[in-house]
Design a protein around this ligand. Structure first.
Ligand code: GLC
Length: 478
């Protein structure tokens, strides 16, 4: 079985968010379940990709048709942990410095070009994929184009497509002119798409995909409702039998408190008390006072966007001003949310540290030192931080939505099987109340440690999810 993976980002080559973690892990996890499969990953050659470090060698050059004249695609290749990885460069890719830009048009051109060039690459290699697995709006046009190519010729006739939705609201810009320039038609009425969606990349891909997946079972149900469906709920409900919710895994080698080189002290579930030394080191690093007695340390590790409920954290901590806690908040993102965290630090100078940057090592030290990870997401297709937190013995306090609802079991609802605290909606009051429940248990060391250990014992590895994808591929291909 030939499996072609397309994504905008993948660790370790380029990573902005959770999509990068998934695309950098799933192809390799699949290999273990489908040892005979030929799995290949294609990424854009972002200017930030370190060609020398990854040993990229030039492989091919060909053109992608465009109304203003053909655009050259330059393809580089490497082998990473046993799988071929291709990188596609060209003027539209080089027009943007990083993975994404703030100019929606430049992004749309970059990813339309990338999607079509990736399909062209398979023809160049004379390697027809059995499965095209695309991710998010960036590569959804490959699925749309495949639908047309399949009708036009024999090469792609056997290819079946899977489109994974990591974040439904990000659909890509509507671009009828762009589609036309790349020789792609918009969708018609028969697609079942609402009129506004017929030239939008993600919906076009969803209409053409043989299977649609999203990254947790709960989110797969949620997107069928007006609250989470962003206008596509009716369309998705009609495609329900093609829609699957498959929970993401976690790279358990990359995220392991027993081996993590970023930690001062490494530990396991049986040496949990060593976490206290990591907490002390964390406090020292960020400049929080060392408490005389055991004092709960709250953590936040997040992209600072509306989705993640960062504003909710700032308000909830104000509501809890009378309770004993300290907090370390890490992330970058929208300026008004960075400011909200800055203000919180200014108002609680001896209790709060806001570190507004991307810092992988500090993130790891927070998972290993903080007692609680706050995750008040407004919606969460899967979420990775809560799984990492549990693996590191840090107790998640999270909204009961999407993948959070599928991975965390609540303290009071499941006292003997609980792994964290869940609350119904991303509001300051609800988060504050949930944190109060956690803080009330914290002094009971024995029960707190039992909660931590249950979290650490969960299997969040890619084993199960990879099996689920492998089954799906098998069902799609004859
Ligand atoms: C997006 C979603 C997040 C998910 C990730 C990987 O970033 O917001 O919930 O975990 O994609 O699928």
């Amino acid at each position: 079985m030939n499996i072609l993976f397309l994504a905008a980002e993948a660790t370790p080559f380029a990573k902005v968010g959770g999509l990068g973690d998934v695309a950098g892990a799933l192809p390799w996890a699949l290999k273990e379940n489908l040892p005979d499969a030929d799995i290949r990953l294609v990424l854009p050659l972002h200017l930030t990709v370190d060609a020398a470090r990854w040993g990229l060698r030039p492989l091919a050059a060909f053109t992608v048709a465009h109304r203003n004249g053909p655009i050259t695609a330059e393809v580089y290749a490497t082998t990473h942990r046993g799988l071929p990885v291709y990188f596609i460069g060209g003027a539209p890719v080089a027009a943007i410095h990083g993975v994404y830009s703030t100019d929606p048009h430049a992004d749309a051109v970059k990813y339309a070009f990338f999607s079509l060039a990736a399909l062209a690459l398979t023809r160049y290699l004379d390697w027809p994929p059995d499965i095209l697995h695309a991710h998010d709006w960036h590569t959804a046009l490959a699925v749309h184009a495949l639908g047309h190519y399949r009708r036009e010729g024999a090469f792609f006739a056997p290819t079946r497509s899977v489109l994974t939705v990591h974040n439904l609201p990000y659909m890509g810009p509507a671009s009828p002119l762009l589609l036309d320039a790349f020789g792609l038609p918009p969708a018609n009425e028969a697609s079942g798409l609402p009129t506004w969606a017929r030239s939008v990349p993600l919906p076009l891909g969803l209409a053409a995909a043989d299977a649609i997946t999203t990254v947790s079972p709960t989110y797969a149900r949620e997107i069928l409702t007006p609250e989470f469906g962003h206008g596509l709920e009716d369309f998705l409900r009609r495609r329900r039998e093609r829609l699957h919710g498959i929970l993401n895994g976690l790279d358990t080698d990359l995220w392991n408190p027993a081996t993590d080189p970023a930690l001062d002290v490494r530990y396991t579930a049986t040496t949990l008390t060593l976490r206290e030394r990591n907490a002390a080191a964390l406090r020292q690093q960020v400049g929080l006072p060392q408490p005389e007695e055991r004092l709960p340390l709250l953590g936040l590790v997040s992209r600072l966007t509306e989705q993640k409920g960062v504003d909710v954290v700032a308000e909830a901590l104000r509501l809890l001003a009378d309770f004993p806690w300290q907090a370390v908040l890490l992330g970058t993102g929208e300026p008004h949310l960075e400011n909200a965290l800055r203000r919180l630090e200014a108002d609680f100078p001896d209790r709060v540290r806001a570190v507004l940057r991307y810092d992988d090592a500090l993130a790891r030290r927070i998972y290993a030192g903080a007692d609680v990870l706050m995750m008040p997401s407004r919606y969460e297709p899967c979420g990775l931080a809560q799984m990492i937190a549990m693996r590191y013995g840090c107790v998640p306090v999270a909204t009961e939505t999407g993948g959070l609802a599928d991975t965390v079991r609540d303290l009071d609802l499941h006292p003997r099987h609980s792994t964290g605290v869940l609350f119904p909606e991303a509001t300051p009051k609800a988060l504050a109340f949930a944190l109060r429940r956690a803080l009330a248990l914290f002094p009971n060391r024995r029960r707190w440690q039992a909660l931590q250990r249950r979290g650490m014992a969960q299997d969040f590895s890619w084993r199960q999810p990879a099996r689920a994808y492998a089954d799906l591929y098998r069902r799609l291909t004859p």
